[in-house]
Design a protein around this ligand. Structure first.
Ligand SMILES: [Zn+2]
Length: 380
């Protein structure tokens, strides 16, 4: 049996407004169904109102970009409208088919004439409504106007620490998500880019807050499925909420360089996942970003911690006692890796210090000399 697949790198919970987002997606599906099966060749406001009466969605067509979007959808041939509806219906459930060899997202394969008119419609839904000041309104939603800020805040609410505090760990790089009220509680990444997969632009399974560096500077609009346009492509990537990569990777040090460099590699015995690791690395460039943190801060943090343990404690300084303290520190850092930025990297670095005998010897020498010096100075 497969090991339980915990759910980018970290397993996190979906936003608290997940149900609201699903209701919105169902509404969009009903709108696309209405467009697909209407015999009309032009959009008719009264007919729309009649069809959606009592659902609390009257505002929808008062919105210019949406009305324009719907009018354009009505210009499509009926078979194309049906194909668009089917694509939305299939794409929105993608997360239930992640393991299927014969599944693929349908929107990218729709005829260009359909994509050209459908994209602005989806863009209006996300950018102008969810992301704008309007927000989604309909019967049954838990907030009067569902906006992007609810999605972000709801994510941090769902993933807060056990002590109730904000959890600032970026699920992709495990660094810090710096949150200010000004940026509306972090960037929201469409893991599968909305320009290529607009059907997923309001899917709670595809939206995840990331740190600014990950979202804007590194991943940007890269398509995780770029190299996998065929059926079963989703098998080759880690996925937020559904297929996290943290247990599939391990970190090694590249010894050939004069500067130490981290290398993210697949955990031994999980060869099948190496392709996912490779893709993740290509998307988020962890090797380079994580390497930057070794020489500057990680070594110093470990060193300072172990030295203080000996200076403050009674224990005799021996190789065995140093190893014991390193192991204890490793376990403690691993325990908080999902809630404290960079603790995972710190733990991995401690692990490297412990298993590599060269590194351990150097580390031991360094702290022994420092501690002896400090004790001597203290006695004077
Ligand atoms: Zn990040």
């Amino acid at each position: 049996m497969r090991k339980e697949e915990k759910k980018i790198l970290l397993q996190t919970k979906k936003t608290n407004v997940e149900t609201d987002m699903r209701l919105v997606c169902q509404f969009i599906e009903r709108v696309l169904h209405y467009v697909a099966y209407s015999k009309r060749t032009r959009f008719n406001i009264n007919d729309f109102k009649k069809n959606f009466m009592g659902q609390g969605v009257d505002w929808f067509i008062r919105y210019k970009a949406v009305r324009g979007g719907l009018s354009n959808l009505f210009k499509l041939k009926q078979e194309d409208r049906k194909a668009l509806h089917l694509a939305f219906q299939g794409d929105i459930k993608f997360f239930t088919y992640l393991e299927r060899l014969n599944y693929k997202l349908k929107f990218p394969d729709l005829p260009n004439c359909v994509k050209k008119v459908a994209k602005p419609f989806f863009e209006a839904l996300y950018d102008d409504i969810l992301g704008g000041s309007t927000g989604f309104r309909m019967n049954g939603l838990s907030v009067p106007q569902l906006r992007r800020v609810h999605v972000r805040k709801g994510y941090f609410e769902a993933n807060k620490k056990t002590n109730g505090y904000f959890n600032p760990v970026c699920p992709a790089c495990l660094g810090e998500i710096a949150v200010t009220e000004k940026d509306g509680y972090a960037d929201l990444d469409h893991y599968l880019t909305k320009s290529i997969y607009p059907t997923l632009s309001i899917s709670p399974d595809n939206l995840i807050p990331l740190c600014k560096t990950c979202n804007e500077n590194i991943k940007g609009a890269q398509d995780p499925l770029k190299n996998y346009p065929k059926k079963g492509g989703l098998l080759n990537i880690f996925f937020p909420y559904h297929r996290p990569g943290i247990d599939s990777i391990t970190v090694e040090i590249n010894q050939r360089d004069p500067d130490e460099k981290f290398m993210v590699v697949t955990v031994k015995g999980k060869e099948s996942e190496s392709i996912r690791v490779e893709n993740f690395e290509a998307l988020f460039q962890l090797n380079e970003r994580w390497s930057g943190k070794i020489n500057s801060s990680l070594y110093e943090t470990v060193r300072a911690h172990i030295i203080s343990e000996f200076i403050d404690g009674e224990e005799l300084l021996t190789e065995t006692s140093v190893r014991k303290k390193l192991n204890k520190m490793y376990t403690a850092e691993m325990r908080i890796r999902s809630t404290v930025p960079d603790s995972y990297l710190l733990a991995q670095y401690i692990n490297i210090l412990t298993v590599s005998s060269d590194k351990f010897v150097g580390f031991y020498k360094d702290i022994t000399e420092t501690i002896e010096l400090e004790l001597k100075e203290g006695c004077l």
